[in-house]
Design a protein. Structure first.
Length: 186
């Protein structure tokens, strides 16, 4: 399934940061789960639970304890779990995911205009499946990225209520990711 089709089916992404959140996301309509915790011993079991509930598991490799910022970390995820994709702030890891047939989500923190320009260069160079812009409550930047690319955009970070979700969508986001569990059911 193409990345945009995932987001069309499930525009709210459950971003889970612990086992409690993992169990709670199974009760939600969210079809995509961003795994923001775990280690090399537990990540396979976390992914398995997500997929047993019929959901898409995307692992944040930068936040998986025991992995480093090398392409071999993505190889490990591919070979030892059945994860559907990875998230990373490191473009080479996203590139490796794409080479291995996984979804590749490029996460970028928009702290200044240089970060926006860097994101544009990364899009042009690495062609990620999805771009996650953080924080997700900056409509001006979301609009600029939307005007620049047709790659699906996820707004994440600091999304605290339904108003933030609607503002992100109005600014051009295709989906939002949030750890705020009540929004998984909004």
């Amino acid at each position: 399934m193409k990345a945009i089709e995932l987001l069309e089916c499930s525009p709210v992404i459950a971003a889970v940061k612990d086992d409690k959140g993992l169990k709670r996301c199974f009760e939600s309509e969210c079809q995509v789960v961003f795994v923001l915790y775990g280690n090399i011993c537990s990540i396979g079991g976390i992914v398995r639970q997500i997929q047993e509930h019929g959901k898409v598991a995307i692992v944040h490799v930068d936040l998986t304890a025991g992995l480093n910022a090398k392409e071999v970390a993505v190889d490990f995820i591919k070979q030892t779990t059945s994860a559907d994709g990875i998230i990373s702030t490191k473009p080479l890891l996203v590139k490796r995911a794409l080479e291995l047939g996984l979804y590749g989500v490029q996460r970028t923190f928009m702290i200044d205009s240089m970060a926006v320009n860097t994101m544009k260069k990364q899009i042009d160079t690495f062609h990620p499946d999805l771009v996650e812009v953080m924080p997700g409550v900056i409509p001006k930047v979301l609009k600029e990225i939307r005007a620049y690319t047709d790659i699906p955009i996820i707004a994440g970070g600091l999304i605290s209520d339904k108003k933030d979700i609607m503002a992100a969508f109005a600014a051009g986001a295709d989906a939002i990711s949030t750890t705020k569990e009540e929004l998984w059911f909004a």
